[in-house]
Design a protein around this ligand. Structure first.
Ligand SMILES: [Zn+2]
Length: 343
């Protein structure tokens, strides 16, 4: 079995890379912003590296397709996404994307558009962009922290509240002729119940964890590379653009940590031809300790506890001039059990 899978995976090098931006603006918070010059530099690199920019749904379809490899092309594919529908997407990013005739996706929390907040796009701008290659997709109605239950809220009540978040946003998008089954979790936060809810609504879910999409990715939790603040440099951008999905079974991990603050990540490799000696994982405290339990299973343990808030373990493995890439999110509440403030 492992041998057959190895064959499939070796043949399948078409990786779907999804880029995630928020503001394209010099005057907005660095943690969610890229300067316009730097954004244009990213577009130049995408072109120079020979990538085809696809609509997000098509990129998902192509990178998750399993085949015997024979009809796979070597085409390098990427999709561009923006979360939160900030005004600079229209004023700064859109003219440059339109000049290249490149498609892109905007994940919209619809209440912010309905409120006519001047920092956000208008329905007219969204509609105009949709006529020029933009997909307008669902990011809940209120940009809520989906995994946070209200006090005394039952699971069913929570489910009802969250379903309403997604369906209210969907109804408004449909009303403006902007339907899509693509969904992005606000803050990239999820838990098992949240993934189930997105599955029930037959939507494709995107997180904010790094990595490339491949046939073994979880369609409820597809990776994207957040590109903002200190993570916009050109060398790192090229590595991300060229990255490949680490050939592991998608781990069924509940990201919320409580008792064990140094959660061990178990990676089950599907490819026995891969040289695991060059695998490196970074987590709290830096380089993580790796132990191979048997030939295809690796346990990654951090040297420090995960901090309050969101933390990611990032694992990479070189492959010629590219990297296999996988990232796992962890979420830790405050010590008193309350939720952390969002910066
Ligand atoms: Zn968001």
């Amino acid at each position: 079995m492992a041998g057959a899978l190895a064959c499939v995976l070796t043949a399948h090098l078409e990786a779907g890379v999804v880029l995630l931006y928020h503001h394209v603006d010099e005057d907005t918070p660095a943690i969610t912003s890229i300067a316009p010059d730097q954004f244009n530099r990213h577009l130049d690199i995408i072109e120079a590296e020979g990538f085809t920019v696809l609509p997000l749904d098509e990129l998902v379809k192509r990178s998750m397709a399993t085949s015997n490899g024979s009809e796979k092309s070597d085409e390098k594919i990427v999709a561009i996404t923006f979360d939160d529908a900030y005004r600079s997407i229209y004023t700064t990013a859109f003219p440059n994307l339109q000049a290249r005739s490149w498609p892109f996706t905007i994940f919209v929390a619809t209440n912010l558009i309905e409120a006519k907040n001047p920092h956000y796009l208008t329905w007219a701008q969204l509609t105009e962009m949709s006529m020029h290659g933009a997909t307008i997709a669902n990011h809940t109605s209120s940009h809520t922290h989906m995994i946070r239950r209200l006090e005394t809220e039952t699971t069913d009540q929570w489910k009802g509240r969250m379903t309403k978040e997604l369906l209210t946003a969907k109804r408004l998008l449909v009303k403006h002729g902007l339907d899509s089954n693509l969904f992005a979790y606000p803050y990239g936060e999820y838990d098992e119940e949240t993934l189930n809810l997105v599955a029930d609504l037959k939507m494709i879910g995107f997180g904010q964890q790094s990595g490339a999409i491949g046939p073994h990715s979880n369609p409820l939790l597809l990776p994207r590379y957040p590109l903002a603040g200190i993570y916009v440099g050109e060398t790192a951008f090229r590595d991300k653009l060229r990255s490949l999905p680490l050939p592991v079974l998608h781990p069924e991990v509940e990201p919320t940590v409580s008792d064990n603050l140094k959660p061990v990540l178990e990676l089950s490799f599907l490819e026995d031809t891969i040289n695991l000696s060059r695998l490196t994982c970074y987590g709290p405290g830096g380089l993580m300790a790796l132990s191979e339990t048997h030939s295809l299973k690796v346990l990654a343990t951090p040297t420090k506890a995960v901090s309050v808030g969101r933390t990611r373990y990032n694992c990479t493995l070189p492959k010629a001039n590219r990297f296999y890439w996988f990232s796992q999110l962890w979420i830790r509440k405050e010590n008193d059990g309350s939720w952390y403030d969002e910066p």
